[in-house]
Design a protein around this ligand. Structure first.
Ligand code: ZN
Length: 157
């Protein structure tokens, strides 16, 4: 049995929203970024929002329309987002399993997959590596089935 896996390095984009906040006590206005409008409400409710100047908790959102920032996942700090952490944990375990059970061939994935297919090369472990969507399509046309899974780039790993 041969197992061939492709990994897809996803550039997961996260949308952040910027609100202009104003302190009712000292009148200071400042910008703050949130993962969503719900996050703002949540932080506000839990009294996690305070004025940078006088520490007052009476900080309000101004009526200005929020700006939106699209950033790469690994460039932003995400706090108070439990869901995100759970997904990351699952993907990490996923990754660990693949690392232990498959051989990493990196950019050579397409060549390696073909050599296994055509030369009937005997392999103990399946392989994984990166391939473009076009490569995967070509492989499929040649009768080489691959699985594509999302991959999490993790610098701490
Ligand atoms: Zn203040």
């Amino acid at each position: 049995m041969k197992l061939i896996l492709t990994i897809e390095v996803e550039d997961i984009k996260k949308i952040m929203i910027k609100y202009k906040l104003i302190c009712v006590d000292c009148n200071l206005s400042f910008d703050s970024w949130f993962a969503s409008s719900k996050e703002y409400d949540k932080l506000k409710k839990k009294n996690f929002l305070n004025c940078h100047n006088c520490n007052s908790l009476r900080v309000e959102k101004t009526l200005m329309s929020p700006s939106i920032l699209k950033t790469k996942n690994n460039q932003i700090k995400i706090s108070h987002v439990k869901k995100y952490k759970n997904i990351k944990k699952t993907l990490k375990e996923y990754k660990k399993f693949i690392k232990n059970n498959f051989k990493y061939v990196g950019e050579n994935f397409v060549n390696e997959a073909r050599s296994i297919h055509y030369n009937k090369k005997k392999i103990k472990k399946g392989i994984y590596g990166s391939a473009s969507k076009e490569d995967i399509k070509e492989l499929r046309e040649e009768g080489i089935e691959t699985e594509t899974i999302p991959w999490f780039e993790d610098k701490s790993n």
